[in-house]
Design a protein around this ligand. Structure first.
Ligand code: OFO
Length: 168
């Protein structure tokens, strides 16, 4: 069954939000590269890839439901951060905002009784729990182990091992 126009618009908005997340993380990857922290830069690049995947999953969903994808303009992400800790605080805020957006979209899908949209959004709801948890973990390490010298070096080496799920 085709989606209502209001839902297509809302999903298009979420596609934009996911691409905006991707753009933000690519910018953060560039910052870490500039700071000679290649492990952090790698982690952010994978994050960029994951967010692009989130956008494309909804992109395909709109098509599958007979809707038209309308790509919207993105904002320029920040290019300067005070420290790795400040940057990860920003990531956590950002992911919490994405969680709120997904929850709002799910509320709308419930209100409009669109079951396929509710079902696909359940994947995003689960994904957000995981995303917030992994960001909180890194932030915790930065805060409690210390964000300079040997700790930062070890964390950078650790983050360099991140792989894309399903790719190995
Ligand atoms: Fe990191 O969020 Fe997509 O959904």
């Amino acid at each position: 069954m085709p989606m209502k126009t209001s839902l297509i618009e809302a999903v298009n908005e979420q596609i934009r939000n996911e691409f905006q997340s991707a753009y933000l993380y690519l910018s953060m990857s560039a910052w870490f590269t500039h700071k000679n922290l290649p492990g952090f830069a790698h982690w952010m690049k994978i994050q960029w890839e994951e967010e692009t995947g989130h956008a494309l999953k909804l992109f395909q969903f709109v098509h599958d439901r007979g809707g038209i994808v309308t790509l919207m303009p993105l904002e320029a992400p920040a290019i300067e951060y005070d420290s790795p800790t400040a940057l990860f605080e920003e990531v956590l805020n950002h992911e919490q905002q994405v969680t709120a957006e997904i929850n709002d979209l799910h509320d709308l899908a419930v209100k409009e009784r669109d079951l396929p949209l509710q079902i696909i959004l359940q994947w995003y709801i689960t994904e957000q729990v995981e995303e917030e948890a992994q960001v909180e973990e890194i932030l915790g390490k930065l805060k409690y182990l210390g964000a300079d010298g040997p700790s930062l070096y070890l964390l950078d080496r650790n983050l360099a091992t991140r792989t894309v799920p399903g790719r190995g």
